[in-house]
Each structure stands twice: as C-alpha cells, then as structure tokens.
Design a protein around this ligand. Structure first.
Ligand code: XIL
Length: 314
C-alpha cells in the first residue's frame, strides 16, 4: 500500500528493476511487484542482440515487445539494454570475419532497427556495454578488434539518429568508485564530448559484494556530473556468501542505503535500478559460486532488511 515507486516518483527519482519476460508472463507475484514497487525498468535479457537479431537480418521482436508493452502500460521509465556488447552476441557477429566497414554497417543496421523500433518508448539506452577491462584497457571485443575504439562514437551517433530523444549511456561494472576502470570512462567521456559525440550518461552497474560499497562512490558520480553528464545506477545487487546470516542481511541493508544515498545526494544521478526483484530468480547464484541473496525480496517475496532501508531513504 506504500510502494517504493510512490516515494521515488514524488521526488522525481527513478527506482527500476530488471524484468525477465518469462516471469512477467508466468509469475503474477513478480508481475505485481514489478508494476507497483517500481517506476522504471530494464529488460533483463530480451532486448540483447542475440534475442532481437539471432541471425543476420532476421529480427525477433517477440520478447522485447512483451517487455516494452508491460513497462509502457505501467508508466515505467524504460532503459534499453543493450545495443553493443561482446556478450550475448550471436556468433554470426562475433565470428563473422567482417571487415571494419562491414562490421560498422552491421552495427549501425542493428542499432537503427532496435533503437528505431522503440524510439517512442525508450528513455535511456545503454548504447555500449562493458567496453573496458579492470585495468582501464580496452576489452578485446570483436568491435574493438575490427573497428578500433571508434566503434563507440559510431554506435552513439547511430543511436542518436535512430532515437534523437533518448539519453545515450555507456554502462559497466566495477566503475562505481574511483579506480583505473572508471578513470578510463572519465577520459573517454571527455574525449567524446570534446568531439561532439552524443553521449549523455554513464551507467554504474553496481554488482556489489556485501560490505564493499566504495567509499568514494558519491565523488565518482559527482565527477561525471561535473563533465555535464548524468549518471544512473543501472544493475544494483549486493551478493552474500551463502547461507546469508542475519548480520549479513543487516550489512546488506546498510549497503543498499549507502548506494541510494550516494545517488540521491547528486542531482545529476537520475535513479537506481536493481537487477531483479526476488532472490529466487537472481543471476548471482548462477554466476558467482556460493554467493546469492542479493536483492530486495527473498525467495518467497518477503521484503528483506534491504527493502526497509531503501524505503527509509526514499
Ligand atoms: C545477465 C542476466 O541477468 C542473466 O539472466 C543472463 O544470463 C546474463 O546476463 N551485466 C549486464 C547484464 O549488463 O546484461 C547481465 O545480465 C549482468 C551483468
């Protein structure tokens, strides 16, 4: 009766969740919470390259359309995720042996089709995802190896043409605090802006380990805002070594509180998206051995201490 979304909306803040279409369709508790607790969302998988263009020129809009309809019907601010990424990329792209100009065409066609189709609905696009490694060097993706670093500017320009109103982001993990990797984004963003490339924001994924919110997270957000960009926390979760004890769940609540406060404290930080709703469906246990329970609701949809903490700060 007193959902997070109401508190967020009343202060012009966005609280989002990653939504899997299967759960929207098959789990009414999931769909109800998605509709009531959140005023923003991101498709967890169904707008990724392998989902929408599994083979060249062959577009499958079924999953993406279902997500967009749900989000639109519930008044969500929609974050499109993602246009150019080395992962969940079909092998016809990654092993296609395209020349540089061919791959630019492939990429531009993809962006044009996807961002064009949803240009009335998408507010933010994660245009390029995870382009740097931890030491701040370029990830050796097929895009970087074939085109060079200009693929990022090309992608941003193509997205801007396809959807001139969308806010265009670069998005990555482990750039929540100030470090070599977030420095690489800071430097790239400065370069792109100096060249007049349409870049609007930086997405901090914030896939965090319990008790490890970077102490300089607010400062990091602020430095991007000072460049004239906006910032969003795009994929927040806080993973715990399983089984999670009561004190670990209290620590997690403290971590959620800090992350939300870090964003709320900077006027250019538009909102926080959590990477799922219930611990039951989180990607964390499948990805990080022995870790889990990273979200706001437990396996049975009971709100956790982290939920109360977020409620308290909003
Ligand atoms: C994850 C999804 O949650 C999983 O369901 C899927 O199997 C793999 O991708 N960074 C991102 C997200 O940008 O797209 C990823 O989502 C998590 C890491």
């Amino acid at each position: 009766a007193d959902p997070l979304a109401d508190h967020a909306s009343s202060q012009g803040f966005e609280i989002g969740a990653a939504l899997a279409v299967d759960h929207l369709n098959n789990d009414s508790q999931f769909a109800n919470l998605a509709a009531t607790e959140f005023n923003a969302s991101t498709a967890e998988n169904t707008m990724k390259w392998e989902s929408v263009q599994p083979s060249q020129g062959n577009f499958d809009w079924s999953g993406a359309d279902q997500y967009i309809d749900f989000a639109r019907n519930n008044g969500h601010a929609i974050r499109g995720h993602t246009l150019v990424w080395h992962s969940q990329l079909p092998s016809w792209v990654s092993n296609g042996n395209f020349s540089s100009s061919e791959l630019t065409n492939v990429m531009e066609n993809h962006i044009d089709a996807v961002a064009g189709r949803y240009s009335n609905d998408v507010k933010y696009w994660d245009v390029a995802n995870e382009i740097f490694l931890g030491d701040g060097s370029w990830r050796q993706s097929v895009f970087y190896q074939t085109i060079g670093e200009d693929f990022v500017a090309q992608a941003l320009r193509a997205a801007n043409e396809a959807d001139p109103d969308a806010k265009l982001y670069l998005n990555d993990y482990s750039i929540d605090g100030i470090n070599a990797k977030s420095d690489a984004y800071y430097n790239l963003a400065q370069d792109l802006l100096a060249q007049g490339v349409p870049l609007d924001g930086i997405g901090l994924q914030a896939h965090l380990i319990n008790g490890q919110v970077p102490g300089d997270m607010q400062q990091n957000i602020q430095r991007f805002v000072d460049l004239g960009l906006e910032v969003a926390i795009t994929e927040l979760d806080v993973r715990i070594d399983m089984p999670a004890s009561d004190s670990e769940l209290q620590q997690q609540a403290q971590d959620y509180r800090e992350v939300f406060n870090n964003c709320l404290a900077v006027s250019g930080c538009v909102g926080v998206t959590v990477w799922g709703i219930t611990d039951q469906y989180s990607w964390v246990p499948d990805t990080f051995d022995g870790q889990g329970a990273p979200l706001l609701f437990d396996n049975n949809y009971n709100p956790k201490p982290a939920y109360d903490a977020v409620h308290d700060v909003l």
